[in-house]
Design a protein around this ligand. Structure first.
Ligand SMILES: Nc1ncnc2c1ncn2[C@@H]1O[C@H](COP(=O)(O)OP(=O)(O)OP(=O)(O)O)[C@@H](O)[C@H]1O
Ligand SMILES: [Mg+2]
Length: 266
């Protein structure tokens, strides 16, 4: 039920792929920065016990974390931290979160914990327009929680051999979540990452992805760019570290493409 006294709900995007190292966290960090640069208020929920999105934003103050939010019902406004980037907030994670899967099992609302946490009225004060959830590299209960909470799943796909393997399992999980808990969940969309236009294999993977998945694949492709991989060690997004780099330009283009899609009624 919509409540007219509340601001519009943020658009919630789960960044998921059970394959490790495909660019989920890099996309969470830099898509957030690009949306923020365009004037949008963005919350990143770090849902990975590795905590890479938190470190990537230099958020070390982790008194309360995503674990407290979903397991101990901590108030959202106490967990969320400001970052050095205007318009970007983060709900940080630590290794604590690795025990969450087991602890959630006994809870009959186990798949809905993140969704309910993000629906706290306290979120209204922040007037977020986007919530980006950085998922761990698995199809665990944490990732299920992200898919149940989300309007859409964004799937980073590394432009290398075997990229499309595992995608059917991811799609199956999305279908299961639709059938059981979140009928409106969409895929929006598939993002090719670490693409190298001089490498035939990258081009072949891109072609295969476009042939198989059609319009689900973003026009924007993120190139392999060393500035992107250097930025986290300075605890800033690449958009701050090297604003004119190819990586920064790609994430700005992705934000623009996503905003364009968002404008289309679902
Ligand atoms: N466009 C890019 N150009 C160069 N390096 C990149 C790019 N995107 C990501 N990387 C590097 O690739 C590695 C994996 O990226 P990232 O951590 O974003 O993947 P992930 O899917 O979040 O990994 P995990 O599954 O472990 O959470 C990192 O070292 C990151 O810096
Ligand atoms: Mg990651």
């Amino acid at each position: 039920m919509s409540d007219l006294s509340r601001p519009p709900a943020p658009r919630i995007i789960a960044i998921a792929n059970q394959k490790g190292g495909v660019g989920k966290t890099t996309t969470a960090i830099n898509l957030a920065a690009a949306l923020a640069e365009a004037g949008h208020r963005v919350l990143i929920v770090d849902l990975d016990p590795q905590g890479n999105a938190s470190t990537g934003y230099g958020v070390d103050d982790r008194a309360l974390t995503t674990y407290d939010l979903i397991i101990d019902d901590a108030p959202l406004e106490k967990v969320i931290r400001e970052t050095q980037t205007d318009n970007v907030w983060i709900c940080p994670a630590t290794t604590d979160l690795s025990s969450a899967d087991i602890e959630m099992m006994a809870n009959e609302k186990r798949s809905f914990l993140l969704r309910d946490a993000l629906r706290q009225v306290e979120i209204d004060r922040f007037a977020f327009e986007f919530v980006l959830i950085d998922c761990p590299p698995s199809l665990s209960l944490l990732t299920i929680n992200a898919m149940v909470a989300a309007d859409a799943v964004l799937v980073p796909l590394q432009a290398e051999f075997f990229a499309l393997e595992g995608l059917s399992q991811l799609m199956l999980t999305i279908r299961e979540v639709r059938a059981s808990a979140n009928p409106d969940l969409r895929i929006d969309g598939v993002l090719l990452t670490m693409h190298d236009a001089r490498n035939n294999l990258s081009l072949q993977v891109e072609q295969d992805a476009r042939d198989t998945l059609g319009e689900l694949v973003f026009q924007t492709v993120v190139p392999r760019n060393v500035r992107v991989s250097e930025a986290p060690s300075f605890a800033v997004p690449v958009l701050a570290y090297d604003p004119q780099s190819k990586g920064s330009q790609a994430y700005r283009a992705l934000a623009k493409e996503l905003l364009g899609r968002t404008a289309v009624p679902a």
